[in-house]
Design a protein around this ligand. Structure first.
Ligand SMILES: [Fe+2]
Length: 234
């Protein structure tokens, strides 16, 4: 592959703006002046590269990290990671983190008065296979209040972090569940201007991939940015 070709820039309407007043804390961190696009250099285009050896065989299963099973509704979250040209991305490092089935994170600054689960840490990771596929096993997270206003509760969500083949393909996003009534009133979800782009953050119930009488399955495909030009030769 020709590594001298930079990556595509993001489409503004498909990404949330830095400043979205309804999402109050963006006012504290949004840049006040326009961004200065920098050319992609070798460090953004070629690094980092991860191997398989640091991801353990059970790292993708958040229900098997402790002696007992976590409380909650078991779920399978699976899908494919592709680039904007539709090509599968193998060896992408994926990390997820989420609240437990009561809406509580195992984190020192989460003081929401909901119970912690001694059998649930809420973090997992995996690497995509040769076809760009991934699969996590977890429990469905619950909504939690977040202080944006008196009735602000985040819709149930799972945080995703991805590293593709390069720093330029880093993506941090959130996956939501279909039919959640909180989606319509969530300033973070609705900070993405384009309605079709918002819907791409909602997973799909897939009864063909359930494990009957054990876990429901949700499909969530992820697209990382592709190259500006398609190399003619591999
Ligand atoms: Fe969250």
């Amino acid at each position: 592959m020709n590594h001298s070709i930079g990556y595509k820039r993001e489409e503004p309407a498909e990404q949330p703006p830095y400043l979205h007043p309804e999402y109050r804390s963006t006012a504290l961190r949004a840049p006040e002046r326009p961004l200065v696009p920098l050319p992609h250099t070798l460090s953004e285009i070629t690094g980092p590269v991860y191997g398989h050896e640091k991801v353990g065989p059970l790292d993708h299963d958040l229900t098997r990290q402790h002696d007992g099973e976590p409380l909650g509704e078991r779920i399978i979250v699976f899908g494919r990671v592709m680039d904007t040209d539709g090509r599968p991305l193998p060896d992408a490092l994926m990390e997820i983190w989420q609240a437990n089935s009561a809406g509580r994170y195992r984190h020192e600054i989460d003081n929401h008065p909901a119970p912690l689960d001694p059998n649930f840490s809420g973090g997992g990771r995996c690497v995509t296979d040769a076809e760009g596929r991934y699969r996590f096993v977890s429990i469905k997270p619950a909504a939690y209040p977040w202080g944006n206003d008196a009735n602000a509760w985040r819709p149930a969500h799972i945080h995703f972090s991805l590293f593709g083949a390069a720093f330029a393909t880093r993506l941090i996003t959130q996956m939501y569940f279909p039919g959640d009534p909180l989606l319509a009133v969530d300033p973070i979800f609705n900070s993405i201007p384009d309605a079709a782009a918002r819907e791409r953050l909602v997973c799909r119930l897939d009864l063909d991939h359930t494990e009957p009488e054990w876990a429901l399955a949700y499909e969530f495909d992820i697209v990382l940015r592709g190259r500006n030009a398609t190399p003619l030769e591999g």
